[in-house]
Design a protein around this ligand. Structure first.
Ligand code: MN3
Length: 250
């Protein structure tokens, strides 16, 4: 039997879940287990090493991102990060049953290949799952209140994140994240870095990430990155962002 670092308690709980899963039927079971793992931690904050299926069609976000860009971005760029990450994680003896976040939080111990592809894979998984064809509009509930508390208004927050994306020189990401004091922050990182990384200039847990690499927008927007960012707000899935926020702050 393979030896995982998983504790005996978790193993027993998972075995119990498997038996329960057979009883419930797997579809109901996976829905029931969607939001927390056996330790009670939210799976919203846990990323696997493999690409999840894109939760909508390539042309679903057309009002902001064209189908050809989505297809190349998901099936070539992001798929490449996932493949290279798995290769490097295997070489480094990383337990890929554990969340990728564990590697990212200690990324300074690993290779440049792990950093670029681990960050690349994580960032894109978050990106796909915080956009929706039914997105846009306004955040609500506790997230809306926290945005107002931190930035004075939701519009002021949007302006700040837009500015972070526009002013990131070269390739990188703009972020809304929760810092160590559970306060909302906006910032940006170069390349495929993100706020989870232990040696990042900005540190915390990402709620929403905006890809400002040219491959994310160049086919439709060419050099006009600000136009891409303005359009992107129309597909932000606030419900998904609100769920992540709730998983962090309770
Ligand atoms: Mn990208």
């Amino acid at each position: 039997m393979k030896q995982y670092k998983t504790s005996r308690r978790v193993f027993i709980t998972d075995t119990g879940k498997t038996m329960l899963g057979i009883g419930l039927g797997m579809a109901a079971f996976s829905t029931a287990c969607n939001n927390s793992d056996s330790s009670g931690a939210s799976t919203l904050l846990q990323t696997g090493f493999e690409q999840k299926p894109l939760p909508y069609a390539y042309d679903a976000l057309e009002k902001a991102i064209d189908a050809r860009t989505m297809e190349l971005h998901y099936s070539k760029h992001a798929a490449g990060y996932a493949t290279n990450l798995a290769e490097e994680a295997k070489a480094a003896g990383v337990n890929m049953q554990e969340p990728l976040e564990n590697v990212l939080r200690t990324i300074s111990k690993y290779s440049v290949k792990m950093r670029n592809n681990g960050g690349g894979h994580y960032n894109h998984e978050l990106f796909w799952h915080t956009m929706s064809p039914n997105g846009g509009g306004e955040p609500s509930g506790k997230l809306q209140e926290a945005l107002v508390a931190s930035f004075n208004s939701v519009d002021a927050f949007r302006t700040q994140l837009t500015e972070a994306g526009k002013s990131r020189f070269g390739s990188g990401w703009a972020w809304l994240y929760v810092d160590g004091d559970k306060k909302l922050q906006v910032g940006s990182t170069p390349n495929q870095d993100n706020p989870l990384m232990d040696d990042s200039e900005i540190k915390g847990t990402p709620l929403l990430g905006l890809d400002v690499w040219e491959h994310a927008y160049y086919l439709r927007y060419q050099n006009k990155r600000p136009d891409y960012i303005n359009a992107w707000w129309q597909v932000v899935d606030w419900k998904a962002v609100e769920s992540r926020y709730a998983a962090i702050v309770g």
